[in-house]
Design a protein around this ligand. Sequence first.
Ligand code: PMP
Length: 331
Amino acid sequence: MTRNQGITNSILELVGETPLIKLHKITKNLPGTYYAKFEAFNPGHSAKDRIALHIVQDAEKKGILKKGATIVETTSGNTGFSLAMISIVKGYKCILAVSDKSSRDKIDLLKCMGAEVHVCPANVPPEDPRSYYEVAKTIHKKTKNSVYINQYFNELNTEAHYRTTGPEIWKQTDGKLTHMVVASGTGGTISGSGQFLKEKNPNVKVLGVDAIGSVLKKYHETRELDLSEVSPYKIEGLGKNLIPTATDFDIIDVYEKVSDKDAALEARNIVKKEGMFPGYTSGAVMQATKQYAAQGMFTEDSVVVLIFPDHGSRYMNKIYSDEWMKEQGFL
Ligand code: PMP
């Protein structure tokens, strides 16, 4: 993809090639150099454009997805937006099963983008027929000529980041990065870009970010699913109550868990200090970076890339609302 080279034929040509932006004030007291890969520069305003486009193009190539077909997916919102955008451009119908934890803004956006949205309860086990996984599967079974994207269990999710995000970071840092800090949900971003970067330089450290209330960190340490780790939390798109096969846990060196409050305050801190307007998980990544720094992870020679997955406009009624922050006891 090339930007700013005259006319762009379709918005989809602008997916990827996001900027790597130096952080200044917010990392002033940490050793090393810090850059944010700001995925809000994708046309759908999140990293999910990459996987949505890759999976759709793959299905088209294989002849599974034909004009007039339906795309079905489970999504916390961002993948849904990307799929809805692609569906409009390419002429597909888009049906999305969304968790009721997703912000109102995200759900409204999906409807506005022409998708059919089914809102499902967040705090039920994945195998419950009301969960967004089961609802999506049922819709897929019932809908003729439909494709289920299945991002949590689709290796193409990871492959999209192996092919795009990883090489971009390598090129943008001139191969000089030493650490990468990445939020883990499906695990596509961390595993795909992490694999590419470790193939280039095995010394690159891949540092994961998980949520308090999620099973990923414990699973990484023990390779056992410990459901006693599960508790409700507010950050959307981070952590999980199941083990996604899209995550390659061997690529990840270590995980840090962050709290809802710290992540929310750090997101607002990024706005104040750097003038960027990122989403909730970017705050989680910033907070985890500070936690890693406090453990002595970085030195003056460290070149650290933080991935900021999406844009703050999707959280106006959550972390960017003083009222919401006060209700949660965060302000
Ligand atoms: N941040 C946000 C806002 C997300 O929606 C997601 C995706 N669930 C992630 C981070 C994590 O990315 P991945 O699924 O590639 O692990």
